[in-house]
Structure formats: C-alpha cells, structure tokens
Design a protein around this ligand. Structure first.
Ligand code: SF4
Ligand code: SF4
Length: 375
C-alpha cells in the first residue's frame, strides 16, 4: 500500500469513517465491526475516524474494544474531534479530550479536528481558546496533528485558515454532485485548501449513500463503462484530486467494506472516459429534485427535536419516492413514523436548522414531506 503524499504514516487513500457502524439491537455489532477492521487492515489501509457524537459515544467505545484493545497502536491511525456541545469553557476541553482517549483506549490521537467549523460555532471555539488548547495538547503528545472539519462558505474557511496557520489538515464535504453545487461549493472550498497548502480529508464522498442508490438511467451510465459499483466511482472521483490526503467512507457492513477495498487498493484516478460518465450522471441527477440531506443525524442527535421526528429518514424516503415513485414509499413512511413524530407534527421551533451542516430549510422541507405522505 502506498504511503501518504502529505503524511507518510497514512497508508492508501481510503479511510474508515466510524459514524455508521453495523448495529444490532441498538448497540454496535462488535463481531461485524471486528471483521471489517481486520479486512481493512489486511488490505493495507490504516486510517480510522470517529467523534463523540457518532452513535452517541458508541463509536468511540467500539473503537476502544474492537480496534485499540486488539491491534498494536503502531498499525493504525485514529482521528477524533472536539464537537461543540461538549464544552462551554476552555477548562472543559482538556478533561474531555482525556476522556475521549480513555473511551478509545489510546494514549494519543494521530489527528484531532475542531469539528464542523462554521461561522457560528467558530466564534465559540475562538472564545474558549479551543485551538490554543489543542495546540498545547499537541505539545504534550496527546495529539499528533491538528486540523478542522468544515461546513460553510469558502470565505469563512479562508478566514479560519488565515487566523490559524497551525491547522495541518482540513476535512471537507466533497463529491461529484456537490462539486459545483451553489450551496455546498465543494470546488471553491477545495480551492481554498489548495491556496493555503492544506491537505484535504474528504467526507461524504457518496453523499450519505445518495450516490450509491442512483436512478436507473444514471446507474446505466456507470455500468456501461467496465463494471464497478456506483459507490466505487464516487469514492475514486473524490480521491482523484491532487490535494486529497484521504477519502473517508462511512461503511456499515463487510460488503461495503470489500467493495471500497476492491476499488481503492490499487487506486487509479478516474480516466477521461469515466470522468465524462460521472458528469453525465450529475446531469441526470439535476433533473430530479432531491433533498440534499447527508443523513449525518446532527438534527436529531444534537437538537433533540421536541417532536421526535426522524428527519433524515423522512427526507430519504421522500428522495426515494421522487427518484423511483415506488409504491412502497407510503408504507416506509408509516413504518418510519411509528412511535415517532410525523412530518406534520413539526412545531417549527427551528432547533434542527441551527445545527444542520447542510443549512437545509428543514421546517419547509418537512411540509413538503407531509404534502406527499399525509395528503
Ligand atoms: S423545527 Fe420541527 S423538526 Fe426541527 S426540531 Fe423543531 S419540531 Fe423538530
Ligand atoms: S437534515 Fe441536515 S442535520 Fe439532519 S441529517 Fe440531514 S444534513 Fe444532517
């Protein structure tokens, strides 16, 4: 496996995003996760990514039990993050990081990111001297490299990277649909990283799974090339850009893991013919209106929606309905809302929109969902 261009300790360009781990009865399925870890390491990859908000802390403890407790520390890289709800003052940060190290059963994090930076929460990170505190932790050896993950405009990123030249790496949302998207602006954000000479970590290369389950016409375009899954083209697309240090894939089962390994083990950037097919897929997708939700679940896990509405699941079922007009969509809607709030139960408090990294107008979108499924 090739060494990283930017960080020699990185192996290959595929990272294991641990935010959508295999679950069983509400807990991480340790047997399946362990098999996935072993397959990933055996293929020569070594980069794992987590955060305390993933699976309500269960991602970190599963990493501790299934990875760190079994595998020599020198064989893997682990990234963790400082997320906004878990500190109110500078003094809260160090104990929180120490707790994260304990949950993950490691003595240091290879990369530590200021999580989900945007124009609003950046102010809090500044006020609480989060960057300075992380730098002190780096000097202590508890963190090897300092970075950020980012969800906002190119201008905001430019400001943060100018304020903090000590940032070594930037995680951004990047995929072929968002590349020229006016809201996400992946291309422009990527170009800011290039200008500041920052290596890039890619999140959402398959856009929360949207680029896996493509409409038939788009799938045909990719299948007419030479085989390879829809996901493989999306992951390879993101990895094809020169500033990319690593592409994270949030894998939920061994099958997804094996598919990613097969396309990234001997990674080749997309050739011109493949790139053309991807552009044609973008054109097909633009014809179908989709809610650009990435299923990150921040809106439900961090806002604690007072009506317990399963927002990302309802958006996914609406998207599937728009793409396929499946007769089963109404049944899926009924199943998803059983024991939860309906789209029409939304009281428009706006808590969810405050934390949505995609800046989606969730309240209005829920009205559209209700119009379709609760006529
Ligand atoms: S605006 Fe609606 S969906 Fe969002 S948190 Fe409030 S009640 Fe829940
Ligand atoms: S609505 Fe926004 S916060 Fe909620 S899952 Fe979708 S992208 Fe994430």
């Amino acid at each position: 496996m090739t060494q990283g261009t930017f960080f020699p300790e990185m192996r290959g360009k595929l990272g294991f995003g641990c935010m959508r781990l295999p679950m069983k009865g509400g807990e991480v399925n340790y047997d399946e996760f362990t098999r996935m870890i072993d397959a990933f390491l055996a293929a020569g990859f070594n980069y794992f990514d987590t955060a305390h908000c993933y699976l309500d802390g269960k991602s970190e403890t599963a990493i501790g039990d299934c990875l760190s407790a079994r595998i020599d520390r020198s064989r893997f890289l682990l990234t963790n993050k400082l997320t906004e709800p878990y500190f109110d003052r500078q003094e809260d940060i160090r104990p929180f990081v120490l707790q994260q190290l304990a949950w993950c059963k490691v003595d240091y994090f290879d990369f530590y990111l200021m999580h989900a930076q945007n124009r609003n929460n950046y102010k809090k990170f500044q006020r609480c001297h989060a960057y300075e505190t992380a730098l002190a932790l780096k000097q202590e050896g508890l963190i090897r490299h300092l970075g950020i993950s980012f969800h906002d405009s190119p201008e905001v990123l430019d400001n943060i990277l100018t304020d903090h030249p000590e940032i070594e790496i930037v995680q951004i949302q990047f995929n072929y649909v968002d590349y020229e998207d006016a809201r996400v602006q992946s291309r422009a954000v990527y170009e800011v990283c290039e200008r500041h000479h920052k290596p890039v970590l890619v999140m959402e290369p398959v856009k929360g799974g949207s680029l896996v389950n493509l409409p038939p016409k788009a799938t045909e375009l990719l299948q007419s090339l030479h085989g390879g899954s829809n996901a493989s083209y999306a992951v390879r697309y993101a990895a094809s850009f020169p500033q990319m240090a690593m592409v994270l894939s949030g894998m939920s089962n061994l099958e997804q893991m094996e598919d990613n390994i097969s396309s990234m083990r001997d990674f080749q950037p997309l050739n011109p013919q493949e790139m053309t097919a991807v552009q044609q897929v973008v054109a097909v997708l633009k014809q179908v209106e989709q809610i650009p939700c990435t299923a990150c679940h921040y809106c439900v896990e961090e806002s604690h929606c007072p009506k317990n509405i399963p927002i990302p699941e309802l958006f996914a079922v609406k998207n599937q309905y728009e793409l396929y007009h499946s007769p089963y969509a109404s049944q899926s809607y009924a199943d998803l809302t059983h024991g939860h709030g309906l789209a029409s139960d939304c009281i428009r408090c706006g808590k969810c929109e405050q934390v949505c990294p995609q800046h989606l107008p969730i309240r209005n979108l829920l009205r559209q969902v209700a119009d379709v499924f609760e006529p």
